[in-house]
Write a protein that binds this ligand. Sequence first.
Ligand code: PAF
Length: 282
Amino acid sequence: MKIIDNIKELKEEIKNLKGSIGLVPTMGALHEGHRSLIKKAAQQNDNVVVSVFVNPIQFGVNEDLDKYPRQLDKDCALCQKEGVKIVFAPKISEMYSENKDNLTLICPPYDIVNKLCGKARPGHFDGVCSVVAKLFNLTKASRAYFGQKDAQQLFIVKKMVLDLNFDVEIVSCPIIRDFDNLAVSSRNQYLTEKDRKLALNISKSLFNMKKLFKEGIKDTRILIDASLKIMEGLDVEYIEFVDKNTFDFQKEVNNNTLVLIAARVPESSTRLIDNMFLWEAE
Ligand code: PAF
């Protein structure tokens, strides 16, 4: 496995690879969710490239860029174990020119970014799309792997690929949950024991909504009220219902409904997201 920190060497190595390339873009602090993406990429491609880059332009001014966990050695050990060919871990200066106000960005449509996570994090998806597009160009990936946990990100990246004719197939991979049903995330490292207990109520309310939907309840108001009761003590940013194919909001749920939650846990102020398809077995 090669660990590469500069674009010139990456391009040379990519040229030398034979067969298909599966890209797993990450910000590091790899966990079981990332491992599942890497495994899927290894099943479907001749070569797996993992990028590890805490992308500054997708963080807002008051967000956790500085404290975001960085553990490259550990990440590389996981990649090595999973048979990854290249870990691309560039410095910021390798990816962006000094003047951050002078970058060409990819900006997804306002209607799609001005809701859910994009509403609370202005500019976030411009930063995500821009870095992902660079990574597609640099790695010449045939397929790229994204987790369903970041459902809005996945939707937006798929749309970008379609709208801009990128020659890459986006493969979505299911949410991985810990033993206690908490969706795995690099940010779970921030949680105190007390926070984690409270955070479990996010997945608990998702599973409860699924149960209520199975029992015939379709009114989102009823589902939201039940969830808010379960999530008492958490600072709930949103509980929203969208059509999985369009990301349009829904008032009444149906077999295409994806329900999404964002909430903060009070002690560490960690922002967590999770989501679930109401009709699927999980
Ligand atoms: O999901 C993430 O970890 C990031 O948003 C991504 C896709 C690696 C872009 O920086």
